[in-house]
Design a protein around this ligand. Structure first.
Ligand SMILES: Cc1cc2nc3c(=O)[nH]c(=O)nc-3n(C[C@H](O)[C@H](O)[C@H](O)COP(=O)(O)OP(=O)(O)OC[C@H]3O[C@@H](n4cnc5c(N)ncnc54)[C@H](O)[C@@H]3O)c2cc1C
Length: 853
């Protein structure tokens, strides 16, 4: 066989691939180990097997006519019904003639000279193809049970993921179910209906909510009937692949009544995305997550009569949602039946399986049948189960030994013309997979068609694009709670499997946008070659931190006028309004407002004292706002964070602003404030000699200048300076102004507006406006923070370099994926937290060693 495309798998993905690629005129064959179509729905025939995304959504959408000839009978259809549907699809589009059944692909080798893949089947046949697509499923390789004696049992043995085709009858039998994941939770109530005795062995309890199954919800059907195309389009651009209104309500700030109301509504809806989306912050904020988790535990305790069993069934050691939650029908109720028992393996572990039963540490059980519901080697398992050898003889298994590395979850460097449908690094198992499968198949089909039209015959991602995507996938996961669970999303269920977060949590919508962008930018991040030559548009498609990107997109969607187009008083009013809803920042020991003498009259200050007993080191802090905007409230959350994390007294000073008070009023006030604090260290609760001067943006500018003046004008003694994305110069021609001058909140236009209000052009090159142009010897050690997407990035870096060249001790922290403002958005831009922790760690190191650690 010499094909354009060979596809492994004949489930949802393989079937649609054969259809789409054939439509595009490619020769294609799919291979499946099964003897019929269906994939997941062919293999998983255990009692109670159903989908857990409503079937109205868990369905193909590529052909409106298909939707007219098929109606789902239930909200969550059973395995036989889904299998019937996939058989209908195979017949309707005449797909079987291009599917080779009962055939396993065992190996695949890239032949670089011929630019072809050579696949070998379990029958020893060779299949040659230009493109090789693994549509082999994410949950298609059942995990072998890692329990001593698992092969010794002489009774009936079943695996939920490879259930027999013949009916299984447990009537009159003593049955063990090992595992309490989704398949177990679906099958246990039905097995209990037949078995004489049922013992469930549980390693980790799972959260589960009632499915409230029945006919498909009338409102959903009506919505689809009203405008099918709009509904399906909304699914494609939703976060999870099911259209849903996304809430902005935070669990921490919602009233107890509202929390309960929203929880009960989600409970009644009986849908995973409803219960996962009760509050905007439940996937990020441990406090909110615990609110939801506890309400779920209450429900378990309400149902399960035996308190000890209830206790064992309540998950307590991972946040809700970080392991796949389940939908059930009478799962918890089953444990009230007299012939059903739960064995909590944490208290009573299995010692061995033996020929007639199972021995635990405390008890010996006799069984006629054991059901292993022990899950899958998810996502990468089926891919590396095939011996796939890419360019230069490296196998996929070797390449992924420390975890998968992909570009878009679809492709991987070293494996030209190789695609994985719903591979690691794509939304896959976190989404409604039919939507994700269709998107991947469409992207692959479009890509192969584009290549053919443009005269390319090989495609491979670049190392830069791939490592950038891996970083983005990791960045997205890092701001969530997912990494706190020992889940199969993390590879934790398979001994020896690398512990990384396998899927992409950034959302179906963001992911689709990235894939579309890659295509529209001429296969950005890919190397294409063929008779027409070679094309490489190298680069990283997503470089901003995901939450920074979200903030920017949200602001863009609001269509706000640029600040620089407003009169100053309106711009100030706008800034006050913008912070009305923001989180307050962490608790500190005490907050006091006062006044101190400025250069030309009193200045307001706000003092933050840590909760620990003093005295403490002291930080004098100057807020940002381009010398025009900002006040004591504007940087309040940041000051709280600084105080709490650095365990320092923070004195935030409200200096005079332009245009009412132009240059050098702000710089003069800053120096006066530093002098006053230096002279009053003990009375503010500080340790003499432990004074740092800090500021963000324009505040960083006047902080730097205050340090220069203190050196020249006889003190006070300053032990360090912390400059967060500071203005250090007035030259706007540096590359960061060109690259980031528009689109990243602080724009070149706004910087112009600030400078114009603050200083005459002739003054802007004076050291008191542009500290980079001052004398830099003998200044206090500095921590300088620059943001990758900040117009001021390069002048901050220049200041760090110039200080170091002048012999000053400098730590330069480059905040990857951050903008000018994002690091200061405490509890909003969560990716800023580890950067601030690093900053404050270095800040503490500026204080002399006598400060208690
Ligand atoms: C019990 C269960 C319930 C699920 N419910 C949902 C749900 O409600 N919503 C949802 O979005 N997702 C659900 N999923 C995930 C489900 O796997 C996907 O929705 C979808 O069916 C995957 O389709 P696929 O074609 O990508 O892969 P699969 O359906 O897994 O098909 C892959 C096929 O590839 C074949 N194969 C693999 N390797 C080879 C090889 N080397 N040679 C030959 N053949 C090979 C396998 O035999 C298999 O038939 C569920 C999964 C399970 C196990």
């Amino acid at each position: 066989m010499d094909l354009d495309v060979a596809v492994v798998g004949a489930g949802f993905a393989g079937l649609y691939l054969v259809h789409r690629l054939r439509e595009q005129g490619f020769s294609v064959k799919a291979f499946d180990a099964a003897d019929d179509v269906g994939g997941t729905w062919y293999w998983n025939r255990y009692p109670g097997a159903r989908c857990d995304i409503p079937t109205t959504d868990y369905t193909y959408s590529f052909d409106p006519e298909l939707e007219k000839v098929w109606t789902w009978s239930e909200k969550y259809a059973t395995q036989p019904e889904i299998l019937d549907y996939l058989r209908l699809v195979a017949d309707r589009y005449d797909l079987r003639r291009d599917i080779v059944f009962s055939t396993t692909i065992e190996s695949a080798v890239w032949d670089d000279a011929a630019a072809r893949w050579r696949l070998v089947t379990d029958k020893g046949d060779e299949v040659v193809c230009r493109h090789y697509v693994m549509a082999s499923g994410c949950l298609s390789l059942p995990k072998t049970p890692d329990i001593p004696g698992a092969n010794d049992f002489a009774g009936e043995v079943y695996f939920t993921g490879k259930w027999p085709h013949e009916p299984v009858d447990f009537t009159g039998k003593r049955v063990a179910v090992i595992g309490t994941g989704s398949s177990a939770i679906q099958s246990i109530p039905l097995i209990a209906e037949q078995a004489d005795e049922l013992v469930v062995f549980q390693r980790t309890p799972n959260f589960s909510i009632p499915a409230h199954n029945g006919p498909p919800p009338a409102d959903r059907l009506a919505e689809i009937a009203a405008d099918r195309d709009a509904y399906r389009e909304a699914a494609k651009w939703s976060r999870g692949g099911v259209p849903r209104e996304v809430t902005t309500i935070m669990g921490t700030t919602a009233s107890p009544e509202l929390r309960r109301e929203r929880f009960e509504a989600a409970w009644e809806a009986g849908e995973l995305f409803a219960i996962l989306g009760i509050f905007a912050d439940q996937g990020f904020n441990p406090e909110t997550n615990e609110i939801v988790s506890e309400m779920l535990r209450e429900k378990i305790r309400e149902v399960v009569k035996d308190p000890e069993t209830a206790d064992s069934l309540c998950p307590t050691d991972y946040p809700f949602g970080t392991k796949r939650p389940c939908l059930d029908t009478n799962y918890f109720q089953t444990f009230n039946l007299p012939h059903v028992r739960l064995v909590d393996l944490r208290k009573n572990p299995i010692v061995t399986i033996k020929s007639d039963g199972i021995d635990t540490a405390q008890e010996s059980f006799g069984f006629d049948a054991i059901v292993f519901a022990t899950g899958f080697d998810a996502m990468t398992g089926p891919l590396v189960a095939v011996d796939i050898t890419g360019r230069n003889g490296v196998t996929l298994k070797e390449k992924w030994a420390d975890g998968p590395s992909t570009y878009l979850g679809l492709t991987t460097v070293g494996f030209p013309n190789f695609f994985a449908v719903t591979g690691p690094g794509s939304p896959s198992v976190l989404s409604n997979m039919t939507v994700s499968i269709e998107q991947h198949v469409d992207w692959i089909a479009d890509c192969l068609t584009d290549m053919r039209n443009q005269g390319f015959d090989t495609i491979e991602p670049t190392p830069v694009a791939e490592s950038g995507w891996n970083q983005h996938v990791a960045d997205c996961a890092a701001i969530t709670l997912y990494e706190k669970a020992n889940s199969w999303y993390m590879g934790a269920n398979v001994p020896g499997k690398p512990r990384v977060f396998y899927p992409y949590i950034g959302g179906v919508d963001s992911y689709r946008a990235a894939c579309d962008e890659v295509r529209s930018r001429g296969y950005f991040g890919f190397r294409l070659s063929g008779p027409v030559g070679e094309q490489v548009n190298d680069g990283v498609v997503r470089r901003l931190q995901p939450d920074v990107q979200l903030v920017i997109e949200t602001m863009e969607a609001m269509g706000l006028p640029p600040l620089e187009s407003l009169p100053v008083d309106q711009a100030r009013m706008f800034m006050v309004m913008a912070r009305a809803e923001r989180p307050p920042g962490p608790q500190v020991g005490e907050v006091l407002d006062g006044t101190l003498p400025g250069a030309d009259g009193p200045l307001d200050y706000r003092l933050y004292r840590p909760a620990t007993p003093g005295p403490h080191p002291v930080v004098v802090y100057f807020h940002g706002g381009g010398w025009v905007l900002g006040d004591l409230d504007s940087d309040d959350p940041l000051c709280r964070d600084l105080c709490a994390q650095a365990e320092a007294v923070v004195v935030s000073v409200n200096y005079r602003h332009a245009p009412e008070h132009r240059f050098p009023a702000a710089a003069d006030d800053a120096f006066a404030a530093v002098q006053w604090v230096g002279a009053n260290m003990v009375s503010v609760g500080g340790v003499p000699g432990q004074l740092v001067v800090a500021g963000w943006s324009a505040g960083g500018n006047i902080a730097a200048i205050a340090c220069q003046r203190a050196r020249d004008l006889g003190g006070p003694d300053i032990c360090g300076q912390l400059l967060i994305t500071p203005v250090t110069d007035s030259d706007m021609t540096r590359p960061s102004y060109v690259e980031n001058g528009d689109g990243y909140v602080l724009t070149k236009g706004l910087m112009d507006w600030f400078w114009n209000h603050y200083a005459d052009p002739a003054d802007r090159t004076q050291p008191s406006a542009a500290p980079l142009r001052g004398e830099l010897r003998d200044l206090p050690p500095a921590v300088i923070v620059t943001g990758e997407f900040d117009p001021l990035r390069d002048e901050g870096a220049a200041y760090a370099d110039a200080l170091a060249a002048a012999g000053v001790d400098v730590t330069h922290i480059r905040a990857r994926g951050h903008t000018h403002t994002s690091l200061t958005m405490v509890d909003v831009v969560l990716s800023g937290a580890p950067v601030r922790a690093e900053i404050f760690g270095h800040l503490r190191a500026l204080f002399p060693a006598s400060v208690p650690a």
